[in-house]
Design a protein. Sequence first.
Length: 366
Amino acid sequence: MRIFQIGPTGIQESDQWPSQVADKNTLWISCSRAEFEIEHLPIQARLLALCGVQLVDLHVSDLLNAQLPSRYDYTAQYDLLVFRRLTTVGDGARADGVATPPARRSGPPILRRIDTSPVGFAVFDNVLFSVHPDDCAVRDAYAARLLANATDTLRDIGSRLPTSPADLMLRVVSQIVDRYLDLRRELTRQLDHWQAELLAPNARFTNWSALLDARLALHALDDVSEDQRTAIQDWTAALETWQPTGDSGAQREHDLLKVRSRDVLEHIERVVRHVRRLEQNAETTVQMHFSAQGHRANEIMRTLTVLTAVFLPLNLITGFFGMNFDFLPLVHRQAGIWWTVGFMSLVAAGLVIVFWRKRYLARNAR
């Protein structure tokens, strides 16, 4: 568990729960899902002492559920956002050192390493409580950035620190989305390689199970991105109903929350468009693969047809002279065989020339 006190004068990290939250300060309490499952009763008591309210039992179940899709909910005292991350994880190991069996999936390696574990946020007035997966690198990366900002001057800190628990939550969510945007180049490159294997003219593609896994993984990413967009849209709609106090500072903070929420939503829209474009590319590649296979079969059949058409009159000539009659033209002549061979060669050459001029024998450009 990591606890941060974020205020206008700087950031402090502590391993002890504070007795209260100072005015204009934000308290960020983050823990892993395993820690929350073990210590949720003491955490509930601490939240009651700090915020005057506990998490609803259904929200506790949501934070403990590792299969919950992205969703937004609220009460009169706090807001709850569950946001599934899209990031890559190492194969076969977690951050706590516990070995995990590798997933029995095939396909592009980048799709096998994409993890979609949920991250939960409970946003109170002055407290942000977040529940992360055991190997969540996003929290550690953002915490490192906060602590790095603590070494800056006070003027620089004021422009970089979150001003409220909601602002802090949106910044963490934005970093979660941006980590997927960083994966786009590698994901696109690997799927382009996959498409090149499908469309290779001299290769015979047989790994259809891997292709099916890749398409299913892209469909799953599409579903996750849609849930993310719906959750942020619900959050943005709820943000519109907030009534800030009359001073200009509160109004400016509320406007900044709207701007940051729209920015996060725009990033998620980019993720959705990218995933759908990859899905369309995969579907188009499969169709092009079968079209190329059909075109290749047509070329083979065309070549065989031309060869059959060339040899058909030659078979007719040999069949004619193979009849059991004594009186046939050129049968009793000494040069008859050469006349026949020459005539057959002329017929074959003439047919080849005709077929070549009609482009029946021309090779298509690759």
